[in-house]
Design a protein around this ligand. Structure first.
Ligand code: GAL
Ligand code: ZN
Length: 647
């Protein structure tokens, strides 16, 4: 169940076989490779050098390793770029990005699609049936390094055609976007520009359509690769390695074409980036990672992967790309690995086998130092490999609570935040953290997922509520909690005619009039005999419903209509914990306020507990049969037990 990312092209031929042997010895079964090796496979146009890779795959097979082969399309070689400079992407400032790193291609370029089709077909034909190859990774981290959206002429043309298919006649586009505002009206689809380099803000409906278009381009680029691989590599899985906390394209849609989702888990880097985005100066989790960020991504990718996911790259030591790059605390690589398995990961693949002493990632550590001696991460991987022999992992069950996560929601927030420091992901993580601190397991699902059977469902925010979402919510029998800005926009990025929450008013009879972003303003909400902090965002509600919680001036802050709740402000974790505790109680779901920095998660009849602090913690669970660890949780420790009554 463990793997490693490996770059045989970086090392002398005689090292590779020895590396494979050492991987096996460490307890590694899977090796991912090939995803950046185009220049070694095709050193000049039409001249191929396959022998080295043939040999590597044969050796892997002989050593009993299973290979995930990457298609090399994230790194078109120099000769290709020189022959076809028009494949290069253009940034939002209108500058052509150059050769010299990676991801230097435009998803709309017909020439690049042809080149990608050619190389993927050749690789898939040659290795599709190789006995070492068990699966494929398409490309590498779509969208990384700000490459989701390209502003070149080819993208403009493709966007115009996309709009024509969507709107059919230009008048309907003008009306949907509201182009009469500021004399932006268009006479034909060929006149439409890309929404960059405008003097003031571009039209938000224009931007949203451009985001949708860009998301579709990635999906079709990926699907082209999938179709080729399916034809030439029967019986092998196809996945893609997505990124943590990345929302620029619709991952649910793209994953329809994959067998399962994978993601690249760098807890320290992701935590530093997330906290920086939130404007936090302190980082109590600098050496372990935010207790809910990686966990949330695991749950999200399980949802994206229709119940199945891998961690394709797992941080195993310090990285090189975050705002600061500390070493993980002792024991934390083991904690991350077990955390992934607890959330249902099938395989965890570490990045990377050996730190490479040259080029861009020379400061990025691995399982081995550049001189091949073991890093601290090596010993933690070894420990997990040994522990895994003792524990058979059951399959993951449905969680008691679902959280609805939506990519379009992330786009709406980013296009029109209405103030600084307002991020969809922040709101989502607050809801998620509140549930996790109560010991509740969560499934992260799209708005059209079947909700039947969940004890309750939370929707941190869903600005665009489509008719089919509403039907889904009406059909669901349990409690639903909607956060601020839900129903605040139509599909064409307009304020709904009946005012927000738009069509949701059929289940929540209330209207949102003013909305405020609060910046430095700190206010409160009163609920029962408790007072809660409010910052970031607040709404004024008109309704005949009697509010459950109120702002100090008496206006409503929390509303309930039958089984539906609406929160008219940006809630704190404390508020959400009290609300969810009450709902869980009404829904017959047991909760457990966990000690600070501790999280638990069930997989089948196993329960896992994680300590994200540097102190010993005593778990509030008694009389259980511990398989690993015990009631006393070591700093950064892991305990695993079987439920009483389980076998
Ligand atoms: C990932 C990427 C890898 C490597 C790694 C370093 O984003 O897929 O190729 O660059 O980061 O942390
Ligand atoms: Zn382009």
């Amino acid at each position: 169940m463990l793997g490693v990312c490996y770059y045989p092209e970086h090392w002398k031929r005689e090292m590779v076989r020895e590396d494979f042997r050492k991987m096996k010895e460490l307890g590694i079964q899977y090796v991912r490779m090939g995803e950046f090796a185009w220049s070694r496979i095709e050193p000049s146009p039409g001249k191929f050098d396959w022998e080295w890779l043939d040999e590597v795959l044969d050796w892997a097979y002989e050593e009993g390793l299973k290979v995930i082969l990457g298609t090399p399309t994230a790194t078109p070689p120099k000769w290709l770029v020189d022959r076809h400079p028009e494949i290069l992407p253009v940034d939002s400032e209108g500058r052509v990005k150059k050769f010299g790193s990676r991801r230097h291609y435009c998803f709309s370029s017909p020439v690049y699609r042809e080149e990608a089709r050619r190389i993927v077909t050749l690789v898939a034909k040659r290795y599709g049936k190789h006995p070492a190859v068990v699966g494929w990774q398409t490309d590498n981290e779509y969208g990384c390094h700000d490459t989701t959206r390209c502003y070149c002429e080819r993208c403009k043309k493709a966007f115009q055609r996309w709009l024509e298919v969507k709107y059919d006649d230009i008048e309907s586009l003008n009306k949907s976007w509201g182009t009469v505002f500021w004399s932006q009206e268009y006479g034909s689809f060929d006149e439409i520009e890309l929404p960059n380099l405008t003097v003031a803000d571009p039209n938000p409906a224009h931007v949203l359509d451009f985001f949708r278009f860009s998301s579709d381009q990635i999906r079709s680029f990926n699907r082209m690769q999938v179709e080729i691989i399916r034809e030439h590599s029967p019986g092998r899985f196809i996945t893609h390695n997505f990124m943590g906390g990345f929302t620029e394209f619709d991952h649910y849609a793209l994953s329809q074409d994959l067998d399962f989702a994978s993601w690249d888990n760098y807890p320290l880097g992701h935590t530093a980036v997330f906290l920086k985005m939130m404007g936090e100066r302190e980082n109590p989790f600098a050496r372990v990672g935010h207790p809910d960020f990686a966990a949330f991504c695991h749950d999200l990718y399980r949802g994206v992967g229709k119940g199945r996911f891998w961690v394709m790259e797992q941080q195993v030591g310090p990285v090189n790309w975050a705002p600061y790059n500390p070493c993980p605390a002792d024991g934390v690589v083991r904690l991350w690995t077990w955390e992934a398995f607890a959330h249902g990961a099938e395989v965890v693949t570490y990045f990377r086998w050996r730190q490479v002493p040259f080029a861009q990632e020379q400061m990025h550590s691995g399982i081995l130092w550049p001189d091949s001696s073991p890093t601290p991460g090596y010993h933690e991987v070894k420990r997990v490999a040994e522990e895994l022999k003792r524990i058979e992992l059951p399959s993951t069950r449905r969680s008691p609570v679902a959280l609805i996560f939506d990519y379009e929601a992330a786009w709406v927030f980013s296009i029109q935040p209405h103030g600084e420091g307002i991020h969809y992901l922040d709101l989502v993580i607050r809801f998620y953290t509140a549930l996790r601190r109560l010991g509740i397991d969560v499934d992260v699902v799209p708005p059209i997922a079947s909700l039947h059977g969940y004890k309750f469902v939370v929707v941190p925010s869903l600005p665009i509520v489509r008719k089919e979402y509403l039907d889904n919510f009406e059909e669901y029998e349990g409690f639903m909690v909607f956060g601020p800005r839900t129903g605040s926009k139509t599909e064409h990025f307009q304020i709904p005619p009946e005012l927000p929450p738009g069509i949701l008013q059929s289940i929540l009879p209330l209207k949102v009039t003013h909305v405020e972003s609060l910046g430095p303003i700190r206010e409160t909400v009163l609920w029962g005999d408790k007072e809660y902090h409010v910052g970031v965002w607040k709404e004024w509600i008109r309704s005949s419903l009697e509010p459950i919680a109120r702002f100090p001036d008496g206006r409503g802050a929390l509303f309930r209509n039958r089984k539906y709740f609406y929160i008219a402000f940006w809630p704190t974790e404390e508020f959400l914990m009290d609300l969810f505790e009450q709902l869980a109680d009404e829904a017959g779901l047991k909760t457990n306020r966990l000690p600070e920095g501790v999280r638990v998660r069930k997989r089948g009849d196993l329960t896992f507990a994680f300590n994200y602090t540097d102190r010993k913690v005593t778990l509030p669970f008694d009389g259980v049969n511990f398989l690993i660890g015990g009631r006393e949780l070591e700093p950064y420790g892991v305990s695993i037990w079987r439920e009483p009554g389980g076998s």
